[in-house]
Design a protein around this ligand. Structure first.
Ligand SMILES: [Zn+2]
Length: 102
């Protein structure tokens, strides 16, 4: 869990090391807020219906990159990661398919 430690450190420095309570609070908020990517809302030619959710943007990004490479045949590139970040939504995937512009 080196990543979480680094994140805590980041919050600590970003919001000031003199207020550890605030840092802990922010970590909890971050942990509770799920993030997800729903392939149904992303334009694709494979009509993929997979949705991926995670507690942190880092986890979600890694899972989504693996999915995009394995299933959609994308190359793992900064552009792909940028696109995935742009497709992230807060919360959990809806039961009903979001409307796809197709
Ligand atoms: Zn997909």
């Amino acid at each position: 869990m080196r990543r979480r430690a680094a994140q805590a450190l980041h919050y600590g420095t970003h919001y000031g090391p003199h207020d550890p309570k605030l840092a802990v609070h922010l970590m909890r908020e971050d942990k509770m807020q799920r993030k997800f990517i729903d392939c149904r809302s992303v334009p694709s030619d494979s009509n993929c219906t997979v949705a991926i959710a995670a507690d942190t943007e880092t986890e979600l990004l890694e899972a989504a990159v693996q999915h995009a490479v394995a299933v959609h045949g994308h190359a793992d590139s900064p552009e792909l990661r940028q696109m995935i970040r742009g497709a992230m939504r807060e919360g959990t995937p809806p039961l009903d398919a979001p409307s796809r512009a197709a």
